[in-house]
Design a protein around this ligand. Structure first.
Ligand SMILES: [Zn+2]
Length: 466
């Protein structure tokens, strides 16, 4: 009975949210043709950011919603690339490796929803299942290491988000907002900024609180400690909360959070490995080298690998062209570490190769060369279409359908694996006036993380990278 109430409330709350800032979508799974429905989220920008780039979004949980999972075959990717073509070999592998696991994980959920006559939508699929399947899908599709590192990093953020919005108070996710207001009243302080300051306030409130409030404060203190990446303290506060649990469900919940901490650590470990591999094999865009070096250090720090973290954070300032903001973050995070063991040989090898610098830009430019070549071919196909029909193509997909482009993969950027954005030229008095850009590639997936880097080709053949 309790469960049914919960589902109904979830349905109501998601309807309310849909009116605010969410858009419905209906897509076809490229692997098995299943209709997949879900919501696209338009969160207002968030100003508050942790040092591993996790962002705080008030109210609704945020991470995990960017992935769409097919509930039939288990295929899972970032929503923007959900309908991108998948090769026959990859389709088979996805079905084999994800089909049965996904069916098993979702079977009881599907049964319950069927009994209630409620449609299963993306929001109802457990977030960790989405990350787990996306990880496997990206491995099968053999997408680049940086994308896979970012996926693993986001999975670790997903765990932190759950720790910050504990479902202690049934299902309201305004938990933190209410806790903050209770605690700032206890302490008598109004304007409080950032996790460090909040930590101080919650610690003060602890002494003045009754036992149940104390329990909640321990949980919040654990979440705040996790935000600043202090794993030991996070575990200590969770253990304190566990010792106060007044009923088995509360104990279960704390144990769930303890497992989430371990999961986050595992995902950070994967992100570190992929970032290091990508940096070593020079498959990183030049303007991301400093940031990814910093992130590797910061994630090592969060995983209690102090000495290795120091080594990486120290390397940041030596990277040619490292932005000042990243250099100063690296310095501040370095100061938080007291580790004494030595970095591994692999750390030394990767960092040494990074600092060679020159080699790095060679490889980056070879990546750009590939993109350039592909854009030139696309431009040629567009011009050929123009000669044949007297018209400009409506979109790039139509060029594939009509055979001007042989392989559907060719309308994807080889660096970001995102479809090229194409602008149909506006009517002009003469061909010579068609100088405006016709297409550009941009990393749409991570605008929050990395800003936008794009390369464009104009109809007159000029190439622009920025
Ligand atoms: Zn499917």
């Amino acid at each position: 009975m309790r469960y049914i109430n919960l589902i109904l409330m979830l349905v109501i709350s998601s309807t309310v949210m849909a009116q605010l800032s969410f858009k419905e979508f209906d897509m076809i799974c490229p692997v098995d043709g299943t209709h997949v429905t879900g919501l696209v989220y338009q969160q207002p920008p968030s100003k508050e950011q942790d040092r591993d780039l996790f962002r705080i979004y008030s109210g609704a949980d945020h991470y995990g919603k960017s992935i769409t999972l097919c509930p039939e075959c288990g295929y899972a990717v970032y929503t923007q690339r959900f309908e991108s073509p998948v090769s026959e070999a990859a389709k088979l592998k996805i079905k084999q490796e994800l089909g049965a696991i996904t069916a098993k994980r979702l079977s009881s959920l599907k049964k319950r929803y069927k009994a209630l006559n409620v449609k299963l939508v993306q929001d109802d699929i457990p977030g960790l299942l989405k990350f787990q399947n996306a990880e496997k899908t990206y491995e099968i599709l053999n997408l680049d290491k940086v994308v896979r590192a970012k996926l693993a990093l986001e999975a670790s953020w997903y765990c932190r988000q759950l720790l910050l919005n504990p479902p202690v108070s049934a299902i309201t996710n305004e938990y933190m907002v209410r806790m903050n207001s209770i605690v700032s009243k206890i302490v008598g302080k109004r304007t409080i900024k950032g996790p460090q300051e909040w930590l101080g306030v919650y610690r003060q409130a602890l002494a003045k609180s009754s036992s149940r409030v104390k329990y909640c404060i321990y949980v919040v203190l654990a979440g705040l400690s996790d935000r600043i990446g202090d794993g030991r303290t996070t575990r200590r506060y969770l253990a304190a909360a566990e010792s106060m649990a007044w009923e088995p469900q509360i104990k279960n919940l704390i144990q769930y959070h303890q497992r989430l901490l371990k999961t986050a650590q595992t995902y950070r470990g994967k992100a570190i490995k992929f970032f290091m591999d990508a940096l070593f094999s020079k498959k990183v865009r030049e303007n991301e080298v400093a940031l990814l070096t910093y992130l590797t250090g910061e994630l090592l720090r969060r995983n209690d690998e102090g000495a290795r973290a120091k080594y990486w954070l120290k390397a940041v300032k030596q990277i040619p062209g490292a932005p000042q903001s990243i250099v100063s973050w690296a310095k501040e995070q370095y100061a938080l570490i007291d580790g004494r063991t030595l970095p591994t040989q692999w750390d030394e090898k990767v960092v040494a190769s990074l600092l060679e610098g020159q080699q790095n830009s060679d490889i980056v430019s070879s990546g750009l060369d590939k993109a350039k070549l592909r854009m030139k071919l696309l431009r040629a196909a567009i011009l050929l279409f123009r000669v044949d029909t007297g018209l400009w193509p409506e979109n790039l997909k139509s060029l594939v359908t009509l055979g001007y482009i042989k392989n559907a993969q060719e309308i994807l950027c080889p660096i970001t694996h995102e479809p090229y954005i194409y602008f149909k030229p506006r009517p002009a008095a003469s061909e010579a006036e068609h100088g405006q850009e016709i297409m550009l590639s941009t990393s749409k997936l991570y605008p929050v993380l990395y800003g936008v880097r794009s390369h464009k080709i104009l109809l007159n053949g000029d190439f622009i990278a920025e």
